[in-house]
Design a protein around this ligand. Sequence first.
Ligand code: SF4
Length: 209
Amino acid sequence: MNRPAGPRQKVDPVSLEVFSTAAACPDWAALAGTAQGCVACPELAATRATVVVGDAPAGARLALVGEAPGADEDRTGRPFVGRAGRLLDQVLAEAGLDRSAVAVLNVLQCRPPGNRPPTATEAVRCRGWLERKLDLAGPELVVTLGLSAAVAFLGRGVKLGEIRGRVHPAYGRQVLPTYHPSAALRFGPAGAPLAYLRADLAAAAALLT
Ligand code: SF4
């Protein structure tokens, strides 16, 4: 299992505790139950309504990793259920991908207040959960949605416009970055993010045929 920090980086003991706790979960149900009690990020734990673990249908060959739950996800406990989720479902269907057969996860399991981006510390602290979930789901391909998720796998300083649409090896996984559906909504139907999201999910589908 990958660890959240390299040998020359300062190790966050809370992150290591999360890694150990998550790694000890033998299956998805155990992880989903245990994660509900996580308080590794004090601000998020104090303000969230639910811990949104995500979906991982058996045999999923593709995993989508977004940024963090929003208000609708926090309220329902399900990933990608708001406007961005509906757009994601639509674009997946256009690519011939059935959402019910795809694992859907986020960098963070708890909603940041006001939908702010995850801090670096929060992303590292939740990484143990994400890695264990990917281990349990066992997808052949990970598609990251948006910059936060791309950074989580490929490191700071990446530019989404430069890395999107291509497969990159990272953390022992095959990772294809693309835009977040929220960006596609923000830039509208004629905007580049929607066009790239469509093209990149079609590329992901082609890789899995
Ligand atoms: S975001 Fe992740 S690590 Fe932080 S409190 Fe929530 S479940 Fe725990």
